[in-house]
Design a protein around this ligand. Structure first.
Ligand code: KG4
Ligand code: ZN
Length: 335
């Protein structure tokens, strides 16, 4: 029987990524990250689109080379249709459409947030259904109930900033370059998380809010800097550890509530912020206390990558769920 070979393409934000999945097994996953945004303190959409344009063909070419495949062997191309930055999505989608049309193969539309969750199906151990996933990225913060690979619903989400955005904005206030989340994590490892405290929002539902944390950090730093202009340099690890503790606490307390309300003990995390050591360790600890089976993605599958697009594409391929070549990108798209 011929093999099912899926080419995954991801370009929703500032990472251009391509991956190859053969009969459900990941054989190559390559990502070109865009350093250009560092100096601007955030992703500049127009610069992101231009970098995607420059990167997409070399990245696909290299990923094919890496696994010794010819493009004519590919069964289908799976591509992120949204949510994301419109210009960035257009590049990936435009490339995927041309590729599918030229090779006369199906094109599969993939929801980026659904793909973050399905990253758990790339390797073992895989969660069993139903499970809960806390999906935390630069643009989203969601608690998702997953009943089947392609059947998901959102139980709670952020009312303002996403968790990654909270990390990045806090980092920016501390003078750290974009994306600041990984740097806050790095400094937090050497700091005392109990040195400073920030407010926990009192929201009764499974929704999140990070705007209070952001404002509290801003005022806190402003007041401290008035007294000591070197406050940040002198206390960076303790500040980072205390901010991280606050964000992780907000995330895990809602996850705990969702588990309690649904009675589900299969619990996963996904998205860029699931690379955070405080969140990873906090989930393991909480899982042991609560008797949960916890699932934490490998680092390479936390932040944006095409492997998760390819695996989602694979499940859709098995169902014959193909998209039309005239589909348009969706900047917003609920799972
Ligand atoms: O999923 P992702 O790569 O892109 C989006 O879909 O948004 O997530 C990127 C976000 C950024 O906000 C970044 O700062 C955050 O994930 N992030 C982290 C860590 N690694 C990435 N935040 C905290 N700690 C980390 N180790
Ligand atoms: Zn993402």
């Amino acid at each position: 029987m011929p093999k099912t070979i899926i080419l995954g393409i991801e370009s929703s934000c500032d990472d251009t990524s391509a991956a190859i999945l053969v009969d459900g097994v990941m054989v190559a996953n390559l990502t070109a990250t865009q350093k250009i945004h560092e100096q601007y303190g955030g992703v500049v959409p127009e610069l992101a689109s231009r970098s995607h344009q420059a990167n997409i063909i070399p990245v696909v070419h290299q990923v094919l080379q890496q696994c010794g495949l010819n493009k004519n062997e590919i069964s289908a191309v799976a591509v992120t249709r949204g949510p994301g930055l419109m210009g960035s999505l257009i590049v990936g989608l435009g490339f995927a459409k041309s590729f599918a049309q030229a090779l006369n193969i199906p094109i599969i539309e993939v929801n980026h947030m659904q793909a973050h969750v399905l990253a758990h199906f790339i390797d073992d151990p895989k969660p069993t259904f139903p499970f809960l996933c806390l999906t935390v990225s630069g643009g989203h913060t969601q608690i998702v109930l997953i009943e089947d690979h392609l059947k998901m619903s959102i139980l709670g989400e952020t009312l303002d900033d996403a968790a990654g955005e909270a990390f990045d904005k806090a980092a920016k206030m501390l003078g750290l370059p974009y994306p600041g989340g990984p740097l806050v994590d790095k400094y937090a490892k050497e700091g005392n998380p109990d040195r400073f405290s920030f407010p926990i929002p009192a929201i009764p539902s499974l929704n999140f809010s990070f705007s209070g944390t952001k404002t509290a950090i801003l005022y806190f730093l402003r007041d401290q800097m008035k007294e000591n202009p070197h406050f940040i340099q002198e206390n960076l690890p303790d500040i980072c550890a205390s901010i991280q503790k606050n964000i992780v606490h907000i995330l895990l307390s809602k996850l705990k509530k969702a588990a309690q309300e649904t009675g589900i003990k299969e619990i996963a995390i996904a998205g860029g912020v699931s690379a955070n050591s405080g969140l990873r360790n906090g989930l393991i600890e909480l899982g042991e206390k609560k008797g949960w089976n916890t699932y934490i993605p490998q680092f390479q599958y936390c932040t944006d990558n095409a492997a998760m697009i390819a695996i989602t594409g694979y499940y859709k391929y098995l169902k014959g769920d193909f998209a039309a070549l005239d589909m348009t990108p969706l900047a917003r798209w609920e799972i």
